[in-house]
Design a binder for this molecule. Structure first.
Ligand code: AMP
Ligand code: MG
Length: 390
């Protein structure tokens, strides 16, 4: 696999989904000052009564963003709002709701603890800490973390350029009319969606007919322009399936055909410096092979080192699933939590690899492994959810 080494500096607001090029070190403590976690009164912990009540003279007030100049001496307190810097001398804050006023004094009861409701400077990040590791995909939390120490730009890996085209004489692009025997090209659209969501720069090369010469020309052009090439269709062993032989001619075949369903005729190789993925034509097979093989390969190509792998779950399957030993099978399914606790998963039903709408109905794959055979309702199965929370 070619690895993208080029980096670029982008404004933070444009960095969502990009991969961080180098460790980002915090140049500051976050928070920058010790501050109050609540609205209340800042005081010395040594003034807290062990029993009964204690009156402390209120000597000032401090709001978030301002400073109290003086020192909180023994027997005094400062009214303080959430986020405001703790005045010198104070080390403890009592919540407003747990106090009462008596003239110029605040009355504090027993049961408090020295140091409570105080956020220490640098307790989120210390100056010099690695805030975001190289290879991390920038998610909403990382955007906020980078902003929390004032950074407004970040160095990221260049988006890989991925050239895509569909093959098949029967294919028509949406927006044109469908003559008898023709099929609208849906694969280029699902691929565009899947690639865009992982931050690829998609080069749409349209539809190529089942013709050796046309295929060769398009692949050569794609290899010049892109870091990776993805095709769909024409990769089986049918009469008009020229993808695999053209790959052999122009480059190198890494593998062809894998023991999965759907998606068996997947081809992988190299053309020049570009990685090549020849996906099957059937629309569900395109999505399955993309998620199981292409996506992880492209993420690795763009330098992603995800410390937060998507978990596979175990759920009770309420459907009967037919399965042959000796291959991995992916079933489109709906995962939900039963009212009384456990996770259950049911197949969306029909399993034809041309039934793209079942992908839209589903929210997960059930994965039955190599050695598994058909299962009866009630079996525990592995599930790959489609979407995480963030
Ligand atoms: P193939 O692998 O080229 O034999 O295609 C397998 C099946 O997928 C055929 O029924 C094709 O018509 C269909 N197919 C191939 N490419 C596409 C596409 N881009 N969009 C929708 N269906 C397709
Ligand atoms: Mg075809």
């Amino acid at each position: 696999m070619p690895i993208i080494g080029d980096t670029e500096l982008v404004p933070l607001i444009d960095a969502l989904g990009r991969i961080v090029a180098e460790d980002v070190i915090s140049p500051l403590d976050v928070p920058g000052h010790t501050n109050s976690a609540v609205d209340g009164y800042a005081l010395r912990g040594t003034d807290l009564p062990e029993s009964g009540e204690r009156h402390l003279e209120v000597v000032g007030a401090v709001l978030a963003g301002s400073f109290h100049e003086g020192v909180v001496d023994e027997g005094t307190a400062v009214r303080i709002m959430t986020g405001a810097a703790l005045p010198d001398g104070a080390d403890t804050v009592i919540m407003l709701e747990q106090t009462k006023l008596d003239g110029d004094a605040v009355v504090i009861g027993a049961g408090h603890r020295q140091g409570q409701n105080v956020r220490q400077a640098g307790e989120d990040l210390r100056r010099g800490d690695t805030a975001v590791k190289a290879g991390t995909r920038i998610m909403p939390a990382e955007l906020g973390v980078l902003a929390s120490f004032g950074q407004d730009r970040v160095g990221v890996i260049r988006r890989p350029r991925v050239a895509c085209f569909s093959t098949g004489d029967e294919l028509r692009s949406p927006g044109t009319s469908r003559d008898p025997g023709a099929v609208f090209d849906s694969n280029r659209y699902t691929l565009f969606g899947m690639l865009t969501r992982i931050g690829m720069d998609v080069i749409d090369m349209g539809v190529v007919s089942d013709n050796r010469e046309a295929l060769r020309c398009t692949l050569e052009e794609a290899a010049q322009r892109a870091d990776a090439i993805i095709t769909s269709g024409g990769v089986s062993a049918g009469d008009a399936d020229y993808v695999k032989e053209t790959l052999e001619e122009l480059g190198r075949v890494g593998f062809w055909k894998i023991a999965i369903r759907p998606g068996r005729p997947l081809a992988f190789g190299l053309i020049g410096n570009a990685a090549f993925f020849g996906l099957p034509g059937n629309p569900v097979a395109v999505m399955v092979t993309f998620y199981q093989f292409v996506r992880p390969a492209l993420c690795q190509m763009m330098g992603e080192r995800d410390p937060r792998p998507t978990p596979e779950l175990t759920a009770t399957c309420v459907s009967k699933l037919r399965k042959k030993k000796g291959r991995v099978e992916y079933y489109r399914a709906v995962l939900e939590r039963q009212e009384k606790g456990g996770l259950v998963v049911r197949s969306t039903g029909r399993t034809g690899s041309g039934l793209l709408h079942t992908m839209s109905d589903a929210n997960c794959f059930i994965v039955l492994h190599d050695e598994d055979e058909s299962i009866e309702p009630g079996a525990q199965v592995n599930v790959q959810p489609f979407f995480g929370l963030v």
